[in-house]
Design a protein around this ligand. Structure first.
Ligand SMILES: C[S@@+](CC[C@H](N)C(=O)[O-])C[C@H]1O[C@@H](n2cnc3c(N)ncnc32)[C@H](O)[C@@H]1O
Length: 511
């Protein structure tokens, strides 16, 4: 029996060679900081292989003969985290907007729908899609539904084919849903056969394999051959380098029908990576669409225009008030952040006060000039930086505002006003998830900050997350109820506690 040398593989240079091979063949990239996490998996894969030494092992991994070892190694290394209806917002968009639009378009045509759930892991994602489709299409047996679900990990795909899951796969799914679509089998739940037949599971490498064949091709019209109506590929490119993701985006683009959609995970949104697509921005997320024949990239379909118009209407009076409001602006008497440059204390303070006076008199250009002077004296004056953030945002110069807001956080990571201003910019740009993250930080820093809860509640309402919205409004009411009713809450609108409570009450009832 051949004794294989452990040090062959644990040598960092050799680990890097395997790391690069993994990236080349699967796209999955391990930065140097994570290289040691590879060591154990590579070593046991090496021991299992037919290779007698490291060089043979590399040859084995790179050749067709060693394909099974490569797949085993990948199976060790992939993150298969998934569950039913994971990323609820994406399923909401599919269920409420994209599927109904597709069904309407196809019902007068050849009644085929082709979906590719790319990198589906253990199958919860394609089964969730099948469940929704079956709910939406009453006589689904008269349709040709083809869901191709693929993953590089053979073990994950065989679990998916079985369709049997433990309770853990149902995080966030209620018991009624589980009982409707699954049979209980001891401690596990098995998907009902009707849903299984809609899906075809395959072992497939997104990087090196051609797009899977679409069974509906022979039924589709000549202009939509070999193409899918929807490709869903979520939480995969987070493991890829940008260049790999951009190549994959092109592959997806070429595999979609005109007007077809690409759904990616929320952390994978990127106008840059998906620049060939039209970004469809919904309150709860973004979906990328391939333009229809002859349509300019910036045009949209009539259905989508009306949906988006409806969403604009959601921007109600209260939201407009929020957008104009700020946490208390610095007053002339405020203590300044003057840990440094003590010698220049008085000059810094005098100029800051001048700047505030100009600001209060709406003389913004003079105010900006003075705030810059304050920063010349003390670059760490967080309030001057924040005022520049605030003025830039008010003028619609969002990139500048983001720069100043970020600067504030660098100076003082607990400066809530900066997070709040940045959240308002996210709100303005309909980047609701980002806004929520920042507002959560604001509230963490100052748990009594009514405006924070109030704004968060409004954003949750826009995202249709009504129970979270209700919780926020309740907390805002609790905090406000102990304040004097004539106290001004929102400076920009001179809104008193009493007036705000009335508005919350109205909003609260509506959500
Ligand atoms: C975190 S899971 C995502 C599962 C599902 N899409 C979701 O969002 O719940 C990532 C999956 O990507 C798969 N994967 C990684 N690289 C791949 C590749 N090159 N080709 C196909 N699948 C790949 C992994 O095997 C893993 O199952």
């Amino acid at each position: 029996m051949i004794v294989k040398e452990n040090r062959d593989i644990t040598n960092k240079e050799n680990l890097l060679i395997v790391r690069d091979l993994i990236q080349k063949r699967s796209g999955i990239f391990f930065p140097e900081s994570k290289i040691l996490t590879l060591e154990k998996s590579i070593y046991s894969n090496y021991l299992e292989s037919m290779a007698n030494n490291f060089n043979e092992y590399i040859l084995c991994l790179s050749s067709k003969n060693g394909d099974s070892y490569f797949r085993k190694l990948i199976s060790f290394l992939t993150t298969n985290e998934t569950y039913f209806f994971r990323g609820k917002a994406d399923f909401d968009i599919l269920k409420n907007i994209i599927f109904p639009e597709l069904i309407k378009r196809k019902s007068s045509n050849h009644r085929t729908i082709s979906i590719w759930s790319a990198a589906c892991s253990t199958g919860e994602e394609p089964y969730s899609l099948a469940i929704i489709l079956k709910e939406l299409i009453p006589k689904i047996e008269t349709w040709k539904i083809n869901i191709i679900a693929s993953d590089i990990d053979e073990t994950a795909i065989s679990t998916a084919r079985k369709g049997e899951y433990s309770q853990w796969s149902f995080r966030g799914v209620d018991t009624a849903t589980m009982n409707k679509y699954f049979y209980k089998k001891g401690d596990t739940y098995k998907i009902k056969e009707d849903y299984k037949t809609l899906i075809h599971f395959i072992n497939h490498n997104l990087i090196s394999d051609p797009p899977p064949a679409n069974e509906n091709d022979n039924l589709a019209s000549a202009d939509s051959k070999h193409e899918f109506d929807i490709i869903i590929c979520r939480n995969v490119t987070i493991y890829f380098k940008k260049e790999t993701t951009m190549n994959l985006a092109l592959k997806f683009y070429n595999s979609l029908n005109e007007g077809g959609y690409l759904v990616v995970g929320h952390t994978e949104y990127s106008a840059d990576n998906y620049s060939k697509f039209i970004s469809r921005v919904f309150p709860v997320g973004i979906v990328y669409q391939k333009a229809t024949n002859g349509a300019a990239k910036n045009k949209t379909t009539p259905e989508l225009i009306s949906i988006e118009k409806k969403q604009v209407k959601e921007t109600d009076k209260l939201l407009n008030i929020i957008k104009k409001s700020t946490p208390s602006l610095p007053k002339i008497s405020d203590n300044l952040n003057l840990h440094e440059h003590r010698n220049n204390l008085s000059e810094e303070k005098i100029i800051f006060n001048e700047a505030i006076k100009y600001y209060t008199n709406n003389n913004y250009d003079f105010a900006i000039d003075r705030f810059f002077k304050v920063l010349d004296i003390n670059p760490k004056n967080v309030r001057a930086s924040w005022m520049l953030c605030h003025i830039s945002a008010n003028r619609g110069h969002f990139e500048d505002a983001i720069k100043w807001g970020t600067r504030c956080i660098e100076i003082d990571p607990l400066f809530k006003e900066a997070y709040y201003s940045l959240a308002l910019i996210n709100l303005e740009r309909k980047e609701y998830n980002e806004a929520v993250e920042k507002l959560k930080k604001v509230i963490y820093i100052d748990p009594n900050f009514t405006l924070g809860y109030f704004t968060l509640g409004n954003i949750y309402t826009l995202m249709y997350l009504h129970s979270q919205a209700t919780d926020c409004f309740k907390i805002a009411i609790d905090i406000l109820s102990v304040k004097p009713s004539d106290e001004i809450v929102f400076q920009a609108e001179h809104l008193t506690v009493k007036e705000l409570l009335n508005l919350i009450e109205l909003k609260f009832r509506a959500s």
